[in-house]
Design a binder for this molecule. Structure first.
Ligand code: UDP
Length: 325
């Protein structure tokens, strides 16, 4: 049975892949995106299709949100200013979009009593050293003078909004993404070490590894990220809960660089760069980031499928076609 679905951030990296899947299975999709980091090229192939409606507008437009929320059956709220580098560069825009924007989306959904899937982030856990991260674990953040933590904090406020509306009975499920990668990652690599390293490898430039390269992430292929997101919208038992959506394999950044160098056949060298050269003075990194996905497995039936090398090969193939040389 087909549904009418609103995807905020529908022209973004994750949003556009979600739009692909929804249209494939026969839903009617409304995508709203102000193209700040989203790209028209991500959804170009659907423009003009009967069941696809693109709105080049902001989620701060409450009149538009009101109309859309009244019309659809389900909302996937993915619009956000993401990428630590963007957030550090413009903390005000990040807070406005991620807090005021989410308040507007949830408020509109609440008015018409429509289910919402809220996209949150593994950045929520901050620099907690308790590995793996469980959804109910404490968050450990640095001081507010460190811009990076504004993203984590803004997403935490979003989650509090979600819980507050859930307490009033609104069906809301929250997904925390762990380092998603795949086709359509922005070439500049602001939100992704994968995009940065692949671009460098393809151009024959040095692969820049920050710090000692022993910090870790669990890189999650886009198809798995989208699968977890879809499930959160479908599974009734997930309402009122928050879920880690990520792969379980922990990879150091140095291993990632070595693998990308090998898979691209690049002759680039791997260089170590101090954090401050990239992020400026006073940056704090997350040393290890690993999800527990027990809850997503049990409640949603989420099983990540794509191994890092396979996902990287698909990503590299796409980047070869789409990144400028
Ligand atoms: N990183 C790196 N080289 C780059 C870009 C990022 O070594 O060219 C590191 C970054 O400092 C962090 C990790 O890769 O330790 C992941 O960064 P990313 O921006 O992809 O996402 P994060 O997990 O920090 O949100």
């Amino acid at each position: 049975l087909s549904m009418k679905i609103l995807v905020t951030g529908g022209a973004g990296y994750i949003g556009s892949h979600l739009v692909d899947r929804l249209l494939e299975r026969g839903d009617e999709v409304y995508a709203i995106d102000n193209l700040s980091t989203g790209k028209i090229s991500n959804i170009q192939h659907h423009l003009g299709a009967d069941r696809f409606h693109f709105l080049n507008d902001t989620i701060l437009n409450e009149a538009l949100l009101d109309r859309l929320a009244s019309d659809v059956d389900l909302v996937y709220h993915l619009a956000a200013l993401v990428g630590v580098k963007y957030v550090v560069a413009d903390p005000l825009a990040a807070i406005k979009t991620n807090v005021t924007g989410t308040e507007a989306v949830l408020g509109a959904a609440f008015k018409y009593w429509k289910k919402v899937v809220l996209a949150s982030s593994s950045e929520i856990y901050g620099k907690s050293a308790k590995i793996p991260f469980h959804e109910e674990d404490d968050r450990v953040l640095g001081p507010t003078s460190v811009g990076r933590w504004s993203y984590s904090t803004s997403k935490a406020i979003d989650e509090h909004f979600a819980f507050a509306y859930a307490a009033k009975g609104l069906p809301v499920a929250t997904v925390r993404f762990f380092n998603s990668y795949g086709p359509r990652l922005d070439e500049k690599g602001y939100g992704s070490v994968v995009a940065n390293l692949v671009r460098q490898a393809l151009k024959g430039e040095p692969l820049t590894v920050h710090g000692d390269g022993r910090q870790t992430r669990c890189f999650t292929y886009i198809d798995d990220t989208v699968e977890g997101t879809l499930l959160a919208g479908e599974v009734k038992a997930g309402e009122g809960l928050v879920f880690n959506i990520g792969a379980e394999a922990e990879t150091t950044i140095l291993e990632l660089a070595t693998t990308i160098k090998r898979l691209t056949g690049s002759r680039s060298e791997i260089v170590f760069v101090p954090y401050r050269d990239y992020y400026g003075e006073g940056f704090e990194d997350t040393r290890r980031r690993v999800p527990s996905i027990d809850r997503a497995k049990t409640v949603l039936g989420f099983v990540p499928k794509v191994k890092l090398e396979e996902g990287l090969m698909r990503t590299i193939a796409w980047c070869r076609e789409h990144y400028t040389r």
